[in-house]
Design a protein around this ligand. Structure first.
Ligand SMILES: [Zn+2]
Length: 153
């Protein structure tokens, strides 16, 4: 199923590889039961809280394990895949170790922006890509390539 739980993260560990603060973003995880609920995760030593949704089985309270929390960073640069007009944006992901609902360790596992750009180029071929450019410019470019009006922001 495509269900997940949304996550709000609070603390200095939640920055992308380029240093952008991710604490105002809506993150996602598939590791807390995919209840379509919401979890709040803080710094090391703090307790994870969860408001479960109406799907599946919430794994909190009483959770011990490692979870992955992620989203894209819209303040990092992005590329355009010319053939599909898709925006290829930069991934942010942290691995969080939790024991009895308490955060033990937070490790960013997403690659730095430069490495992600290299990976996109290796995967798609450089001629198929345009950029890097700002995420906002990439959205505009995507709309232009698709012949659609630009999204108002
Ligand atoms: Zn970023």
């Amino acid at each position: 199923m495509g269900n997940f739980d949304t996550v709000t993260a609070r603390g200095p560990a939640y920055v992308c590889a380029d240093g952008h603060d991710m604490t105002n973003e809506i993150l996602q995880t598939k590791d807390l039961g995919c209840t379509v609920g919401h979890a709040q995760i803080g710094d090391v030593g703090s307790k994870v809280t969860m408001t479960p949704g109406n799907w599946g089985e919430p794994l909190l309270p009483g959770f011990t394990g490692t979870i992955h929390v992620y989203t894209d960073c819209q303040r990092c640069p992005a590329l355009i895949h010319l053939q599909t007009a898709n925006v290829l944006d930069m991934w942010f992901e942290v691995e969080i170790e939790i024991v009895d609902d308490v955060v033990q360790r937070i490790t960013r596992i997403s690659e730095p922006t430069e490495a992600q750009i290299v990976a996109y180029r290796e995967h798609w071929g450089e001629q198929q890509l345009e950029g890097p450019m700002s995420f906002a410019d990439a959205l505009d470019r995507s709309c232009d390539l698709r012949g659609r009006p630009r999204v108002r922001r």
